[in-house]
Design a protein around this ligand. Sequence first.
Ligand SMILES: Cc1cc2nc3c(=O)[nH]c(=O)nc-3n(C[C@H](O)[C@H](O)[C@H](O)COP(=O)(O)OP(=O)(O)OC[C@H]3O[C@@H](n4cnc5c(N)ncnc54)[C@H](O)[C@@H]3O)c2cc1C
Length: 426
Amino acid sequence: MKKAIIIGSGAGGAMAAKMLSRDFDVIVLEQGKEFKPFSLPLEKLGAFRKTGLYFDERLIQLLLPNMRIDRNPEMVMVYGRGVGGTTTLATGNAVRADEGLKKIGINLDKEFEELYQELPITTDHQSRWSPITKRAFDVMQEMGLDPQPMPKLLRPKQCKMCGHCSIGCPTRAKWDTRELLDNIKVLTGCKVTRIEIDDNKARKVHARKGIQHLTFEADVIIVAAGGYGTPDILRNSGIECQKRLFVDPVLCVAAPMENVRQDRQLLMPFVSRREKYILSPYMDWLSFFFNKEWRKPMDGMASLMIKLADVEQGDVHHNKMQKTLTETDRQYLKNGVDDCREILIRMGAKEQEIFLGTLNAGHPGGMLPLTSAEAQTLHSPLLPDNLYVADATILPQALGLPPMLTIMALAKRIATNIIDHQNKLN
Ligand SMILES: Cc1cc2nc3c(=O)[nH]c(=O)nc-3n(C[C@H](O)[C@H](O)[C@H](O)COP(=O)(O)OP(=O)(O)OC[C@H]3O[C@@H](n4cnc5c(N)ncnc54)[C@H](O)[C@@H]3O)c2cc1C
């Protein structure tokens, strides 16, 4: 049997591994460890926070070891490091977001259809919305913002509505890509450093596991280390990336509202799509723990998220982003803040009490974007024949929408192309 190496076990990597495992001997090399959800009772942490001891966002790693945080003066980047990649921290939104791909001639209808069949995607959570969620939905409807229930990767009956979706679902009601990895060999704690390329062929994968230096050989290699990890591996292997990093910045706008308990609800239960951004109710844990403005009781605030499709410009090296918002980004964010203010006021908030969260982002990608010339192959000519990229790095533009379903659809197509190619060779 031919061998395939997949680097990374997030949205793209796990889906590619699952697909290839039917025809290849697959091994997944994953830098992180098994995922562990946030372990402390949040009430205790809330009490600790009241002492005024605020700490750096990066220290959240002590409490949630699979979450990684990078920050620059303007924003905080959040990503997953562990089995399941960033999907373990996702709020489970399953949105088809392939407008940019369609524009360059990539039609993924078949793959999305398969995903809807294979995964537990549902909007069947509306009956469990709490009064504050319903209120926000009604207000946004009154304002003509056309809110729609969010499709979720969720088994609603198992969901305790604890609001922990993005810090680790304790019941596994929320689906993540760990579920694709049953019966697949995953080597954890294994950081891939580079790929040795010779004569247009990827020959070896070089990696570090603890103090060991390991090398692996395979017929096919797929890099899926995420929008934050893949560019380093490619550059170390002699393949240049483009400084087109997008991140989908998120800003929350919140206001005190007594006993609304938004901390105990499904995150992002519905969505309103606006030009270049979306709006959705979201309890912003990052701001709650680390932003002084958020020193309010966690059960007593209502918060709305703006998620922006940013201008594709920026870079990442060794997990440090070089990225600032453009004037265009700022203008759209301002429009979003104005929308949120009006929604919150209509919901009963006092205008002078409205406050903003920490600007953060969790959808890095775009540094080896697909072009129309690659619409059939989904394979950049910069890559050797047997080396593929199957993660957010190949998305041609910022989505401003949850990307994981679209990344999985791309990974499916790439794996199918690889299998077809191998069958032709045999
Ligand atoms: C808080 C939060 C909530 C989110 N919610 C949603 C949501 O509801 N819906 C949605 O669609 N999207 C959501 N996202 C975004 C989504 O999770 C990511 O866009 C998606 O997982 C990216 O997939 P990927 O395959 O590109 O990378 P990832 O899922 O990040 O996977 C990359 C993997 O590669 C591994 N890796 C990195 N470097 C190396 C290396 N050198 N060697 C070996 N392994 C390596 C990493 O440890 C990781 O496991 C959310 C993100 C965050 C931060």
